[in-house]
Write a protein that binds this ligand. Structure first.
Ligand SMILES: Cc1cc2nc3c(=O)[nH]c(=O)nc-3n(C[C@H](O)[C@H](O)[C@H](O)COP(=O)(O)O)c2cc1C
Length: 279
């Protein structure tokens, strides 16, 4: 099987899809994978569904609503999570596993947390009273040419670039940039976090390295941006995605450890502690 880190490197947001439907064996495999995921490191219940809309006319597809951002998609991954502490992190962690599974099958995807009509997709998920639908993703074969909307969006978000190491990863004091050599066998694990997707490519993850291969994960929140969509705080989803990439890369490199979500961590100004990786 292809390595998780290689799959992460190949993933990028696809906003224009070819008119070819997903082959039925791949659709079934991805659908089964969606159903197999039930919760993340915070233990919050999640559920996912692969939606086939290939029977809808182009006009009906348009009216479902992605505001012209997504072109030609006939399939969508929908996800619901029970509201509560850690809900958005678990949602991001679990949904990203599905995104990577789709990428490994050479299918394109695009996280959508803002530019879709939430109500019309939520109706397809039969949400319980305590559930929310924070994001969805189209899935399918990428079109040969990307649309103008896609190019403009990618350029606007600077989607190709990522912040350099010294702005994301630090020694235990939270100030000194982490030397790549110092990261040692965790180099690619941190790199897996750095290349991950985030809402508007804001990359709000910060990580400190502590003795004993212990890593604290923090959110550098942009409070205004993170509240634009009310309770759907995209930057907590970003943190779940980071936890997913870190863990999958660590497993691949056979580095022992797991996420602890209730461990105390040093207070660092402007940062909000999310979770800690410990051996
Ligand atoms: C939580 C989350 C929400 C996102 N919401 C949207 C969205 O509403 N519309 C959109 O076009 N892209 C959305 N994106 C995609 C990001 O803009 C994209 O991941 C980022 O610019 C990096 O580009 P890449 O995915 O091609 O690497 C979202 C990504 C994440 C992680």
């Amino acid at each position: 099987m292809e390595k998780a880190f290689e799959i992460m490197k190949r993933r990028r947001s696809v906003r224009s899809y070819s008119d070819k439907s997903i082959e039925s064996h791949l659709f079934n495999e991805l659908g089964k994978y969606c159903h197999s995921i039930e919760s993340g490191p915070f233990g919050v219940a999640v559920r996912f569904k692969l939606l086939d809309l290939s029977f809808l006319s182009n006009e009906e597809l348009r009216s479902l609503g992605t505001y012209g951002i997504i072109r030609g998609a006939q399939h969508y991954i929908l996800g619901a999570v029970r509201e509560g502490p850690g809900a958005l992190e678990d949602f991001g962690y679990c949904f990203e596993k599905i995104i990577l599974k789709a990428t490994s099958m050479d299918l394109g995807t695009c996280w959508l947390g803002g530019t879709f009509r939430r109500g019309s997709f939520a109706a397809k998920m039969n949400l319980g009273a305590d559930e929310m639908l924070p994001a969805i993703a189209p899935v399918g074969y990428p079109a040969e040419e990307q649309s103008t909307a896609d190019r403009v969006l990618r350029f606007g978000a600077g989607s190709k670039t990522r912040k350099p190491w010294d702005q994301l990863f630090f020694s235990s004091d939270g100030k000194t940039a982490l030397d790549k050599e110092e990261a040692d066998k965790f180099h690619d694990v941190l790199e897996a976090v750095r290349i991950g997707p985030s809402a508007s490519n804001r990359q709000p993850w910060r990580i400190t390295r502590n003795s004993g291969d212990c890593y604290h994960l923090y959110l550098k929140e942009n409070k205004l941006y993170n509240r634009i969509m009310g309770k759907f705080r995209m930057q907590f989803i970003d943190m779940g995605i980071a936890m997913c990439h870190f863990e999958l890369a660590a497993r691949e490199y056979r580095l022992p450890g797991r996420w602890q979500v209730n461990m105390p961590a040093p207070h660092l100004p402007g940062l909000h502690h999310i979770a800690t990786w410990t051996v």
